[in-house]
Write a protein that binds this ligand. Structure first.
Ligand code: G3I
Length: 346
């Protein structure tokens, strides 16, 4: 299994988007328990899910996941306390009656939320993605948002401080995507430097890892891992998948031809074997890198259990995807066999 193969180097985790265990078939449960050493709730611990209305916490799905994980010796990653995008934060958070909330109000809501959620799972959730996706993709350093506008850049340090206070033993993670790419990489290093200078209790960096077939920036990833190692920070590859649909082409034309592409795309009828083989080679190359850098990488988490459960089937519109190691019947794909064949130094 993946756990036996890599477990002495790094935890191999899986994100679960369904209610655990009821939403999972016996075959899926065997897969979860047979292959993985850790779980991340794909959605149910997000602020929009856990506190959709001020003061009304909905813990039942998250509780079920944590109970299941504990009962089976799986490590839990809490995801995520502050997602630095307005559309990923419940609307009430930034409002006060008919007007905007003040800085003091947003900060106290944030601290209450973090305290309530983290202390509930203290000692049972090993690490938290404290702040998610605060870096901008374009020119600005930090992503424009109400977080930034109302609280200022200090919301990041404040979030880490509140999480640390609620569970001093939890490993606290800053999580983001595309941070290996030039431009965003410099911003990440700047942020980490600033947080460190302020004495923020940051334990690790999450590199999400939503890569694409034929577009894995291996050299950039290796370079970033080297830089993070020099800073003495652990790295989590926190949301790994390798989509086979060339989304870059779709984005490039602004989605203008998306219906035509979706209609004519052969992947709707299944994934051609040559793509699955190419995917297998590329997954193996990635895992060779992870094994070589196992001193720095503490965890590799797949973003969901098998192809049928991937978010990419719904993003940016409904389209069959094949991004993971297991197929829709929970059976191993060529990519699984390729990853299992990876040897250190090979
Ligand atoms: O559960 C409802 C369902 O009842 C409803 O019929 C349906 C209609 O749209 O929506 C369902 O909720 C969706 C939910 O996923 C569960 O499938 C939400 O609309 C949809 O926005 C949500 O998407 C999630 C997304 O984050 C936004 O929270 C994806 O599953 C999840 O994979 C994705 O994960 C993120 C990480 O948290 C952060 N990094 C990027 C990653 C991928 O976007």
């Amino acid at each position: 299994s993946l756990r036996e193969k890599f477990g002495d180097r790094f935890v191999v985790g899986v994100a679960l988007g369904g209610r655990v265990p009821d939403d999972y078939s016996p075959a899926e449960r065997r897969l979860i328990l047979g292959q993985f050493g850790g779980v991340t709730p794909e959605n149910c611990m997000k602020m929009t899910a856990i506190q959709p209305v001020e003061g009304e916490y909905r813990f039942d799905e998250a509780d079920a996941l944590v109970d299941f994980a504990q009962g089976h010796g799986l490590q839990v990653v809490g995801h995520t306390l502050v997602w630095a995008k307005d559309e990923r934060t419940p609307p009430w958070f930034f409002r006060d009656g008919d007007g905007p909330a003040s800085r003091e109000l947003v900060l106290s809501r944030m601290k209450d939320h973090i305290r309530t959620v983290v202390s509930r799972y203290r000692g049972r959730v090993a690490s938290w993605d404290v702040v998610n996706e605060a870096l901008d993709d374009g020119e600005p350093y930090l992503r424009p948002s109400s977080w930034l506008e109302i609280v200022g850049p200090g919301f990041i340090a404040e979030a880490f401080a509140a999480a640390h206070e609620a569970d001093p033993d939890a490993l606290l993670v800053y999580n983001d995507y595309n941070v290996e790419l030039p431009g965003k990489r410099e911003k990440l290093l700047r942020l980490l430097g600033e947080l460190r200078a302020q004495g923020v209790p940051l334990g690790a960096v999450g590199i999400q890892g939503h890569w694409e077939l034929d577009r894995i920036p291996l050299d950039d990833i290796a370079a970033l891992l080297g830089e993070l190692e020099a800073l003495g920070l652990e790295v989590m590859v926190s949301e790994l998948d390798l989509g086979v649909v060339p989304r870059g082409r779709w984005w490039a034309d602004g989605g203008a031809h998306r219906e035509e592409i979706a209609r004519t795309d052969p992947l709707a009828d299944g994934c051609p074997p040559e793509l699955l083989d190419r995917q297998a080679e590329q997954y193996a190359a990635l895992f060779r890198l992870f094994v070589d850098r196992a001193d720095t990488i503490a965890r590799v988490t797949f973003w969901d259990l098998h192809d049928g459960r991937s978010w990419l089937n719904h993003f940016p519109w409904e389209h069959a995807e094949y991004p993971l190691l297991f197929d829709r019947d929970a059976a191993p794909k060529p990519a699984f066999r390729a990853v299992m064949g990876v040897e250190a130094g090979g």
